[in-house]
Every structure is written in C-alpha cells, then in structure tokens.
Design a protein around this ligand. Structure first.
Ligand code: GUN
Ligand code: FE
Length: 448
C-alpha cells in the first residue's frame, strides 16, 4: 500500500483537545496511520516538513463549480437581478464541455488553496460532466444537480418538469453516489424555495430519506427572497422548510442571513447544518448572518465561498478572515476568535457533510486529507511565541499552501495541481465563456 511520511512538522490536529504536535504524520493508503515523534524514514514518499505547518484540509460547504466560468460576468448586482439577468442565462448556455472546464477551473483553484472537500451545487444540465471533472481532480465532494421547476424569468432551458428533475437527480445519484469508495457522494439540490414547487420539495424529502443522502439548498440569503417565499407559501422560509418536513440533520442550508428567533431555534433543534458564506453575502449586498448568535445556540456552522461570480474567489483563507472581521464591529473584538473560525473551516464542515468520523481533523484512522503550509514568509513572521491558529486565520494566504493531499494522494505539490492541467484549463475556460456569451441572446427569449 502506498505510504507518505511527513517529517518534522508543526501539526495542527484539530482533534478534540485541539492539540498541536511537533513531529511526523504517516499516511498509509488513504488514511492517517500514525502521528508522533520520529516515526522513522520508511515510506514510499518522505516529505521533509521542517518549519512547515500541517493542517486538516479545508472543507467548503457551499460551492457552485458550474459558475466558475462566470467569474467577472455578474459583478455589482443584488441576488435576484444577479440570478435573473446574468447567472440563469449563463447557466442555461452551458454545454458538456463548458461544464467540465468550469468545474476543472474551480477545482484547480480549490485544491491549490488547500480545500480538500466541497459541497457543490451544479446547474440543471450537464452535471455528469462536472462529476467527471470532480472524479478526475481527486477532490472529496458532496454534489448534485440543481433542481428548479418554477420561477419568474427562468430561461426555458433551466425550467424543469418536476418528474424529469427528480428522475435526472436519481439517475445521477445512482451513477455517482459512493464513487471511489465514497469520495464522491450525491446530494439533492433544490435551488431555493423560490425555484421549487412544494411537490418537488416533498419528493426530495422522501428521496433523501429513502437513499439516506443529504439535501443542499440556499435559504434566507436575501430580503426579497424571503418576501417572495412568504407571499407564495404564507410562512417564513425556514418555518416553511420545517412545515414540509425538510428541516432535519441531513439538510445543509447556505447563507441563513435573514432569520427570526423561531427560525434560529428550528435550525438548532432540527440539527440543520448552516453554511456561512461571508464573501458572497457582502458582495451581493445580502447582509451579515448572525453567526455569533447561531454558535451560541449550539448550531453547526461551516464556511463556503459560494460561486466565483459572487465572491470572486474560492479561497478559504479569504472566507475565514472575513467571517471573523465582519462580526467584530457589531459584537466586539473577542467574538469569532481564530479558533472558532478554524473549527468552522475544518471540523464544522466535516460535521455538515456527516463525515466527522473520517475528515476535519488529523487523527489516526481518519482519511488523509491534509494541507501543508509554508509560513516562512515576511507576512507570517515572527513564528516564535505565536499560536499557529491565529497565524493561519489572520496572516496566512492561499499562496502559503505548499501541498495538498486528498484521500492519501498528493494532488498538489509546490504549487502545481497534478490532477488539473492548468494551461489547458485556462485556455479552454476562455474558449468556453466566449461560446456561452454568444448563445445568451437566443437563450434569453423566455416563454411563459
Ligand atoms: N440563490 C438561488 N440560486 C443561487 C445561486 O446560484 N447563488 C447564490 N448565492 N444564491 C442563490
Ligand atoms: Fe450559492
């Protein structure tokens, strides 16, 4: 079995005691075999990590790989305009090839910046191509095709027949769920209540129970969105999700910016997993989620960059820094300290995807999902007498990620992503976006 020995590192374990260990980490096959002082030199690959910092790979619980090609195509808009005027027409214009390269572009960025697991919401069509890219990239993922069977200003190519949306989701689930020994898992992804009939949402609830898979959706991101939901369904958004039986521990909700006290209580009591996306929430002018309150309630919190056209990066270092700093003027300097943030970026994400016994910390027996950081830089020094966690959260950047290991495989080394052909992907992403933009005028003819 292939083995990797990382020597002489500062290991930020994020285990229950949040221990920081100076020593070695041995990976055998896809798992962490041992952690300790001087584990010898016997491995297929020995990495000298003297003065390097080893952390659990980041877990981003809300990403849209299908939107990476749209980076820079939808700036400075608020959610509903952003969707109706830019994102939906662009998503409708995707083809198999563009979906593949959009995913590869995002995966390259994610892996290079130390993210090892994502929750990914694709678009309506061509999700198989995105799964192909995810399979090749080596990333760990919970992903699904988006489902949308109603809504205003939705291009015909995205507006689905309810039964077909469900059938296509089930077909993708049967093809990809548990692929590569569980590295890929399927999640049902109704877009948000605004885009989905009750019939669809109720069916998703039943299928999620039947297959025991997660449900991932957007919720209460924007004020207009929650107004539309209240008008259509006669209740507040999270109350509605609870009313139809979707509010349970398998539900991962992106955003949750506009919640009242009852909704906060529902999230906590039902064990819903909340994915906080500070960069996206600021750029789309959505608002600032009350994360300190949710943490105090004991809800499960994790972080995500959302899509490239609303951020415009897929970089966990950015999200960690923002998640901390945006709360301090509101709640005071001690709130959202670096440890709290780093927990959200690692073990919090693991709990969100239901893999806390396998990922999210560096512990013997867990999957080997690891990032090696080189913090020997001007912007991260001094290294003496400082806690590594605030050093990572407040000072480090993605350029400090030297290597990324996922499932025991080195997928990025010395800045080069081995599973994504950078030159090809950059070139093809340009070709793809040009082709997609040319298609938009015909796609924009919406019939209704
Ligand atoms: N709400 C519904 N769809 C989307 C999307 O694609 N991105 C974001 N940020 N919010 C959404
Ligand atoms: Fe999103």
């Amino acid at each position: 079995m292939p083995s990797i020995l990382i020597k002489n590192a500062q290991i930020v374990t994020m285990n229950a005691q949040e221990e920081i260990i100076q020593g070695d980490l041995l990976i055998v096959d896809d798992k962490i075999k041992s952690i300790g002082k001087d584990l010898g030199n016997q491995a297929d690959r020995v990495i000298d990590a003297t003065n390097k910092t080893v952390i659990p790979g980041f877990i981003q619980t809300h990403i849209h790989l299908c939107q990476t090609l749209f980076r820079g195509q939808a700036d400075d808009l608020e959610l509903m305009d952003w969707l109706q005027k830019r994102i939906w027409p662009l998503e409708a214009s995707h083809d198999e090839e563009s979906s593949y390269y959009s995913a590869m572009l995002g995966l390259g960025e994610l892996i290079q910046s130390g993210t090892t697991t994502i929750v990914d919401m694709e678009t309506v069509n061509h999700t198989d191509s995105a799964f192909q890219a995810m399979a090749e990239s080596g990333i760990r993922v919970l992903a699904g095709k988006v489902m949308m069977d109603m809504g205003d200003d939705v291009p015909d190519l995205l507006l689905e027949d309810t039964a077909k949306s469900i059938q296509q989701s089930v077909d993708l689930l049967e093809k990809w769920n548990q692929y590569d020994n569980g590295r890929i898992q399927y999640a049902f992804c109704p877009r948000f209540v605004v885009s989905c009939t009750e019939e669809l949402l109720v069916e998703v609830r039943d299928l999620s129970n039947h297959y025991n898979v997660k449900v991932h959706t957007h919720a209460s991101e924007n004020r207009k969105e929650i107004e539309i939901v209240e008008q259509q369904r006669g209740m507040r958004n999270i109350v509605y999700l609870d009313h139809i039986g979707l509010a349970n521990e398998k539900l991962i909700l992106a955003h949750c910016v506009w919640l009242d006290d009852e909704e906060k209580r529902i999230i906590k009591e039902r064990g819903i997993k909340m994915s906080h996306c500070p960069g996206s929430n600021l750029k789309l002018a959505s608002g600032i989620a009350d994360v300190p309150d949710m943490l105090e309630l004991g809800a499960n919190l994790s972080l995500g960059a959302d899509g490239a056209p609303c951020n415009n990066n897929l970089d966990m270092f950015n999200e960690m820094r923002m998640a901390s700093l945006i709360q301090k003027p509101i709640h005071g300097p001690t709130i959202m300290d670096a440890k709290t943030i780093f927990r959200m970026a690692t073990i919090g994400g693991a709990k969100a995807v239901g893999l806390e016994d396998q990922i999210g910390s560096l512990e013997v027996g867990k999957k080997a999902d690891v990032a090696i950081l080189d913090l020997n830089k001007f912007h991260t020094f001094p290294s003496a007498e400082v806690d590594p966690v605030p050093r990572i959260v407040y000072s480090a950047t993605r350029a400090d990620v030297e290597s990324t290991i996922i499932n025991g495989k080195i997928v990025m080394e010395k800045g080069t992503v081995k599973t994504v052909d950078r030159d090809l992907v950059l070139q093809e992403s340009n070709k793809s976006i040009k082709r997609l933009l040319k298609r938009i005028p015909s796609i924009m003819k919406v019939s209704s």
